[in-house]
Design a protein around this ligand. Structure first.
Ligand SMILES: Nc1ncnc2c1ncn2[C@@H]1O[C@H](COP(=O)(O)OP(=O)(O)OP(=O)(O)O)[C@@H](O)[C@H]1O
Ligand SMILES: [Mg+2]
Length: 609
């Protein structure tokens, strides 16, 4: 049921519904409303440019007739010549002024929309991001933002003014010349527009297909590059290249279809334009021959037709691009339609405390309804106490940590922090109280100093250094030529596993939260470093509520309570000594780990199932 709710919200196939298109356009309106003065000014320039443009053929006609009638070369129709030159110049100038006035509007709209989508993506739940391809997501945003620029510019400055011009020209042809010219102009334009729209609608599928293949090829390449090391470990360069190439081949095929359909559109448009102009010229030539029309009128009519179809030719392109921009925009705004599953309750309160206990009451949870991970988990960590969770790999230990951090909401039962259900606190205030050293540390592609300071960006240099010392990073950082400014590489891959883990510990320390989640926080360290850091964590944990997850049991012997997770339930609980005395699963694992020295290859506690 959850899956169904999600899939309907980010469906991409809504592009064909006019109502969806209308909604997309409506979403653009507020961006125009932000600079009403600029919009009005640019529209004024636009009207000015169009009026000048429409006057041009008339002036040209007078010019030709003037030439015709002058006996002496000296008596050039100077007034008409100057008017013609002036109008041409004004036409271009007004266009430029319009662009200057409107540029800010589109830029600001792009900025606002880009930010809005980014913030929304950040607000979406973890599950959304785990299910998405980041590369494709980035492409969608990029194209959507570009689509906004196009849509604003061209719907306002191309479609509408071209229609305005069409009406103006038709009226002039009728009034100044003959109704038949007006009729031909109007009908041919109507046929042209209908043809262009129809064919463009039909070929949209190819444009869409090509876009999709473009995104997925990009995502595929990005994925292979992110997994550079893995690709090399298995010598799968050729395999990855083939996968990428098969994406590109599909893109190539789609592109060919796209191009062929575009040519069809262009040829069809050319037939309509050529037919209409020829018809008019035949009519006008006959009238000139019969003496009922002057040469100047013939020239003016020809100029009108050319002038009318130049923007119309462009209109075909613009309509195509508008459709494309619309699709891109719907995709991007479709992301805005995806609702986060974890949201603040309307009456959510701010958690503000220096000491908070944690309590899991009858927690049931599964990532998918069909597979339950936790089936009724109960425990309590009083403020300042430490609870350790042990269990086989995949038992759901990290899941417990994710529920406490509220990356997910439990299906049943309450997760309580500070005496209240986590859903009664705002997410931001709840998370501000929890420090996490995750099982897998991923770093930002920046310096070591930046990554540590991320725990509390406003921390002073001295505080950062203290946190680094606590995580036993000080000697390591001192040994680096660039010290705190050393870059860590993409996702932190330039550091060793233990170094990354210690950075994760340092930034959690810097955050200084009342609740600490340590998910295998020392698993990548050698026993010497581990002993030292465990001591530091013990000190830091003395004042805090700690939830620790560990495979290496020697690291959690000091816990106030240890719970053993199996098949989604807690099967044993007690202190280290109590569990040993009990002689159950915990005691068996302990003995096994002691025999092996407890360091190398910590065995899974209990076989699953
Ligand atoms: N986002 C997810 N969607 C679906 N299943 C998931 C998701 N995350 C985890 N799982 C599954 O939930 C189960 C519990 O995962 P969890 O990460 O809690 O295990 P764990 O006890 O921390 O294991 P380990 O000791 O290996 O870290 C696993 O079987 C895992 O495959
Ligand atoms: Mg885990």
């Amino acid at each position: 049921m959850r899956a169904a709710a999600r899939s309907s919200s980010d469906a991409d196939g809504t592009g064909e519904m006019p109502s969806a298109r209308l909604r997309t356009l409506k979403m653009l309106a507020p961006y125009l409303a932000e600079f009403p003065g600029r919009v009005a000014l640019s529209l004024a320039f636009l009207v000015g440019a169009k009026l000048a443009g429409v006057a041009l053929p008339l002036v040209l006609g007078h010019l030709v007739d003037g030439l015709d009638r002058t006996q002496a070369l000296l008596a050039l129709p100077l007034g008409w010549l100057l008017a013609y030159g002036g109008l041409r110049f004004f036409n271009v100038l007004a266009g430029e002024l319009r662009d200057i006035a409107f540029g800010r509007v589109t830029d600001r709209a792009m900025r606002r929309a880009g930010l809005r989508v980014f913030e929304h993506l950040q607000a979406l739940d973890l599950e959304f991001h785990l299910g998405r391809r980041t590369g494709a997501l980035a492409r969608d945003i990029e194209r959507g933002v570009e689509g906004i620029r196009f849509l604003l510019r061209f719907s306002l400055f191309n479609i509408a003014p071209t229609l305005f011009e069409l009406v103006l020209v038709t009226v002039i042809l009728w009034g100044k010349f003959d109704w038949r010219y007006a009729a031909i102009a109007f009908v041919s334009v109507a046929v042209y527009v209908v043809f262009s729209v129809r064919v463009t609608e039909w070929r949209t599928q190819y444009v869409k297909q090509q876009n999709q293949l473009d995104s997925s090829a990009g995502a595929r390449a990005l994925d292979a590059l992110l997994n550079y090391e893995t690709v090399k470990y298995f010598g799968n360069e050729r395999f990855e290249a083939q996968r990428y190439d098969s994406s590109l081949a599909a893109w190539e095929r789609a592109s060919a279809k796209n191009r062929a359909s575009l040519s069809l559109l262009n040829v069809g448009q050319a037939v309509i334009v050529a037919g209409a102009i020829t018809l008019m010229m035949v009519l006008a030539a006959a009238q000139v021959r019969a003496g009922s029309m002057r040469i100047g009128a013939f020239v003016a009519i020809n100029a009108y037709m050319v002038q009318l179809f130049v923007p119309l030719n462009f209109l075909g392109f613009v309509y195509r691009e508008l459709r494309r921009a619309m699709i891109d925009l719907q995709r991007m705004f479709g992301l805005l339609g995806a609702a986060p599953r974890v949201v603040d309750a309307p009456a959510a309160r701010e958690l503000r405390t220096a000491r908070a206990g944690v309590r899991f009451e009858q927690i049931r949870f599964g990532y998918q309804p069909a597979r339950q991970i936790l089936r009724g988990v109960n425990f309590e960590i009083p403020p300042g106490h430490k609870l350790a969770v042990v269990g086989a790999s995949g038992a759901g230990k990290s899941t417990i940590a994710r529920l406490l951090f509220r990356f997910y909401d439990a299906d049943a039962g309450d997760v309580r922090v500070g005496g209240r259900d986590v859903r009664e606190w705002t997410q931001a205030s709840l998370r501000a109280h929890i420090g996490v050293v995750p099982q897998d540390t991923v770093l930002f592609n920046d310096s070591i100093g930046y990554n540590i300071a991320y725990g509390r960006p406003q921390a002073s240099r001295a505080e950062i250094e203290r946190a680094a010392a606590m995580a036993h990073l000080d000697t390591f950082i001192a040994s680096l030529p660039q010290g705190y400014d050393t870059p860590v590489g993409e996702r932190g891959l330039k550091l060793s596993g233990g170094e990354k883990q210690r950075i994760a510990i340092a930034r959690a320390m810097l955050k200084d939260p009342p609740i600490l989640i340590l998910d295998e926080a020392t698993s990548s360290l050698d026993s010497h470093a581990e002993a030292a850091i465990l001591e530091a964590l013990r000190e830091a944990g003395a004042r805090r509520t700690v939830l620790a997850v560990a495979h290496r049991l020697s690291t959690i012997t000091d816990a106030d309570e240890i719970v053993v997770l199996e098949n989604g339930r807690i099967v044993e609980r007690g202190t280290h000594a109590e569990l040993l005395a009990r002689g159950g699963a915990y005691a068996r694992s302990w003995r096994l780990q002691q025999q092996r020295g407890g360091v190398a290859g910590a065995p899974s506690l209990i076989a699953a199932g």
